[in-house]
Design a protein around this ligand. Sequence first.
Ligand SMILES: [Zn+2]
Length: 526
Amino acid sequence: MRASQLIETKALRCSSCGAPLRDPTGDLVSCDHCGTVQKLVDARAFLDQIMLQVNAFVRQALPLGLDASSSTTIDPVARHNLWVSSVGPRLSTEYGEYRFRIYNLLSHTMTTLPFTLAMDLPPGGDPKEAFLFQAKVQSVASLAVDEASRATVAESAGLAVAYAYALNNAALLKGTKPERYHLMGQNFADAALALHGIPRFSSLEARFLGLSRLSDAIDQLSQADVPEARAALEEALPHLSRAKEGMTKDFDLAVMLQAVDEEISLTRAAGSMTEAVALDPRGLSAGSLGAFQGILQLLVQHRSQAPPLWQRTFRAGDRQEKVLAMTLDARRAQANSSTVKVAPLPGPMAVPFWVVEAPYSFQTGAAWRKHAVEVPERLLIAASFPLDAGAMSGQDVAAVLTDVFSARQRSGLMQRLGGKETSISEGGPVQGLLRASTPRPLAGMRVVPPLSTPEDALVLAQTYIDTSRRTDPTLEKQLKLSSPRIVDLVYVPVGPVPPGYPLIPPLGPLSPRSVGDPSALARVAL
Ligand SMILES: [Zn+2]
């Protein structure tokens, strides 16, 4: 190959995203950054088009008779004057716009877990435009002779390229291309490279490096390469932590802090998922990640379409991390390598329940000898409650928990308040079941992972208590409740039961009526 040809092919640009194309062989060439396969002739035509636009810019920016290639022969003072009077102002206006747009884009979380899309990213710009801006900046770079203008050239060219690659990833994050994590890893790595050596953007460079390794890890995980995924994740975290540390002290980049926090949390979530995949009882295979499809899609759906009741907790930045950490605990117990607390019942499927302490006191006795009775009530809330439509809408939260207050009415415990009551609820069997629960593995069982956090469970508990008080005048009048708190998570084995039978037999009428839609449960069970 002749030297001129070499230069020409090296400079070839993807006609779809504008990124440099590598190693074109044959008539077709595939872009490493957006995945578009194109004809070599189209890539060449696109490059010509860019050159035309750059030349037009140079003609406008420079006085007649000068061109960018001859500009190095002009003396430095004249070059500096040209920069100050004409070229600099043009570029700085456009640079200001790019800076605004990239900061806006990067104030969003720039990753998502497998099987999910990041639909909340702002509508993307065209990466080709950003690459064109970089080409314009470079065409006049020789006019920047002093330190300040050189820094402007480096910053604007670097940031434009980083923006172009980030835009590619914004598009990939919203789409379902099978190789998207591989492409994203490439884009983030090249975005980091574009900012390398620019002190002002060193925290952003670290963020891109971290995101690049995170993308690589997820790509490796989808090919069931656990050791490589682990290694990439171990590199991702320190980069992201360094980015966070730098951004905390940087007035401009601080707009990205919340996004970086979420990216750190998602990296940890990917870590839990990697370890859980490694413990697949069916052995490691390309399909091992598939068990997480239902869980991850559910979590992202919670985030984007949370009913009003759940918006605060479902949109918490670390919710996926928390749920996947608990999923890993469940998987470890299933793989016989650790234990969780389990109720001593038969049943092929272990369902997790939050143990909620809801201590209350109530007034009893006739007027002249009224006294307060303290009751240490405990509730069980199915941690899979997001799979129950009535619980999610808030219409029937009692279905997914041990309904201790209405059991009181059913059991006829207290017809009249005569001053001898020890309780106005009926949670005894729950306490009994909890006392009998012990730590053990879940080997050989299907296991439903906890699909809610303690924060979610507290919202449900509070909704239950509020509803009970509203619908039961005695409770409303008598009950003084301390704030409920989550004290434990316990797995209860359940099996198919005939209609009308309690799901957890020893609890009798207290038993939750639902732990979620059965077909949805089957999709998320490990
Ligand atoms: Zn491309």
